[in-house]
Design a binder for this molecule. Sequence first.
Ligand SMILES: [Zn+2]
Length: 251
Amino acid sequence: MTAILTYHHVAPVPPVGNERRGLYVAPDFFAAQMAWLARRGYHVATLDEVRADLLGSERLPRKSVAITFDDGWADNYAHAFPVLQQYGFPATIFITAGKIGDSPADAGASPSTQRHLNPAEIAEMAAAGIEFGSHTREHVRLAEVAPEQCERELVESKRILEQVVGGPIGWLSYPHGSFSREVIQAAIRARYVGAVSTIRDNRATYAQLYFLPRVMIMPDTTLLRFRYYLSPWYHWIHAFKNRRRWGMYRK
Ligand SMILES: [Zn+2]
């Protein structure tokens, strides 16, 4: 059982009422969560290791997690990267390839939360063992755009990122969790080895390789709740909800 954790911003949390608040985790909360994983003897796996485990070619320890970040915010470099380095934890950052180095006017409070990672930051982290995946080129809802646009988003983001990172991009994260059977087929054609979704669960089967469930870490995720997120209880509750909500979900 390998829980795949989802983070977005790691930065000071905006005040209650800010519509983007749910996407933030405070740097001290993030540091405490990583320290907890280290203290409890968790193995932090790469997504390739998770895949190998699902395929049966490798066996991960029972206490394993994988760490992912969506959107590629510059605060990941400022606040998460040093902590990951401290513990030697691998992680995968899913980048919106068309927004590298961008500064959207409406995003967050501090300078590093207002812009996306730039090529220099991505290259430095890649050299230090952080992995990168595609979060498409323009952050589109893949299941809702024309098939040709979906294909372009998957192929071009992969090409752009492979150039910036200087290595292969194997993994995909669906913006807004939007995917379908057709999107999965397009991802396979574009040679992604797997994809993560916004379905909530802390374990997966091989049948879910292109819509792996994750656990979203929120600004109010205390260590007590973090521990629950990694527990069998979280799985049982969400397995029940998911069977009703997701037609293609298999146990
Ligand atoms: Zn996103």
